[in-house]
Write a protein of this length. Structure first.
Length: 130
């Protein structure tokens, strides 16, 4: 303990090793899970589903845009995009009104299917009102 009296410790960089350990762990997960492949596959499922929805509801959407890993529906009007976002949120789905919705390793195939089913229900309901 007497050595501490002769030692100066700066806390400015004290946690750098934690950040490095977190970065290393993140890179290991990315390599082990084939992050690019997993995101492309899951994002491909989402984008394909959005394209199907855009084709089914052409009066509400103007298309699906983006790339698999970050895609979205483009809406006929700004007001409509707000209605969709509120109705999705009411049902437990947070779906961005515009670019972009990102997939991650945390999203399962089931999560994507549920999101697409929720969007389908919301769009179907809005198309009946229009």
């Amino acid at each position: 303990m007497q050595g501490i009296a002769r030692t100066w410790i700066s806390s400015t960089m004290a946690t750098d090793f934690v950040a490095l350990a977190a970065a290393r762990a993140t890179l290991q997960v990315a390599a082990n899970e084939d992050l690019p492949g997993a995101l492309a596959r899951r994002g491909g499922m989402l984008l394909a589903g959005l394209e199907r929805l855009a084709a089914r509801f052409p009066r509400l959407t103007t298309g699906a845009r983006g790339i698999p890993e970050m895609c979205y529906l483009e809406w006929a009007t700004e007001e409509l995009s707000g209605r969709v976002a509120r109705e999705c949120a009411r049902r437990g789905l947070l779906f961005k009104r515009n670019a972009y919705n990102f997939v991650s390793l945390a999203h399962s195939d089931t999560d994507i299917a549920v999101a697409l089913d929720t969007l389908d229900d919301v769009l179907r309901g809005l198309s009946l009102q229009a």
